[in-house]
Design a protein around this ligand. Structure first.
Ligand code: ADP
Length: 246
């Protein structure tokens, strides 16, 4: 689709004859913020596995920027193309400080250290300061990552992913295990980073999805059941039956 960052059409994937993904279509535009919701087993994880090249679909098209066929890419290639993935469990290095974790992340293949020549130290320091402010961890700069709260660790990991300047960030249930205040702060953070990066968030927490205030895609049995604003999809009788009416 014209101008799309990510384009999935007619995608299918079976595991031992079970249709985990069934004729799935999804279009994400540059800078867009999108929530993907759906009951357990709806295919959300498999969808993200297909986008990142972890899983190969049996059929259908998956295109990056209308030209790169992601069905032929592996996880290393999709990361290099600019697809970042945040898993549920944070994977920060607990013995290093917050700033050191970010510094390490900046040394990745798409980090600022690889992108810019000369005055590298200065540029890196500026980028670390920008990321610390963005994820609201300025005060924890020199604290070991292991001493952070669960929510702060999630934000640090988001900062580490942003250090790679992804064009698309996939985020898996960021609000799981967070306090209400952390949940709202996370929604605010994702809203802030969208625009510069497209962000696709898989989430169960409806209050969180409401706070994101973005277009919602409802998955069920591996396909898109409804799409639109949260108000729009919440009014869909099929969505109410399979998901919201529980
Ligand atoms: P969600 O993330 O929405 O909970 P998943 O994508 O994890 O859904 O799973 C969709 C369906 O596919 C589930 O029924 C799950 O059991 C099945 N599935 C996912 N991965 C595999 C696999 N590697 N082998 C067998 N079945 C799988």
């Amino acid at each position: 689709m014209s101008g799309s960052l990510l384009y999935l059409s007619g995608v299918g994937k079976s595991f031992d004859g079970f249709r985990a993904i069934d004729n799935l279509s999804l279009v994400v535009f540059p800078g867009e913020l999108r929530a993907v919701i759906g009951p357990n087993g709806a295919g959300k994880t498999t969808m993200m596995d297909i986008i990142t090249g972890k899983t190969r679909p049996d059929e259908g098209e998956v295109f990056w920027k209308e030209s790169v066929d992601l069905t032929r890419a592996d996880e290393v290639e999709t990361a290099r193309l600019g697809i970042g993935r945040k898993f549920q469990k944070p994977s920060v290095i607990e013995s290093l400080t917050v700033a050191e974790n970010l510094e390490l992340a900046l040394k990745g293949p798409r980090g600022v250290a690889a992108r810019l020549f000369g005055r590298r130290g200065e540029t890196e320091a500026r980028e670390i300061a920008r990321l610390l402010a963005l994820v609201r961890l300025e005060e924890a700069r020199d604290a070991p990552a292991g001493s952070l709260s669960h929510g702060q660790k999630q934000w640090l990991e988001i900062g580490m992913l942003l250090a790679q300047d992804p064009e698309l960030l996939l985020v898996d249930e960021p609000a799981a295990g967070m306090t209400d205040a952390e949940t709202m702060r996370t929604a605010e953070l994702l809203r802030e980073i969208a625009g510069r990066h497209a962000v696709v968030v898989v989430e169960h927490d409806m209050e969180f999805v409401r706070a994101l205030g973005c277009k919602v895609t409802v998955l069920h049995q591996g396909r898109v059941l409804a799409e639109g604003s949260l108000e729009h999809v919440s009014a869909n009788p099929e969505v109410i039956e399979v998901y919201l009416g529980r």
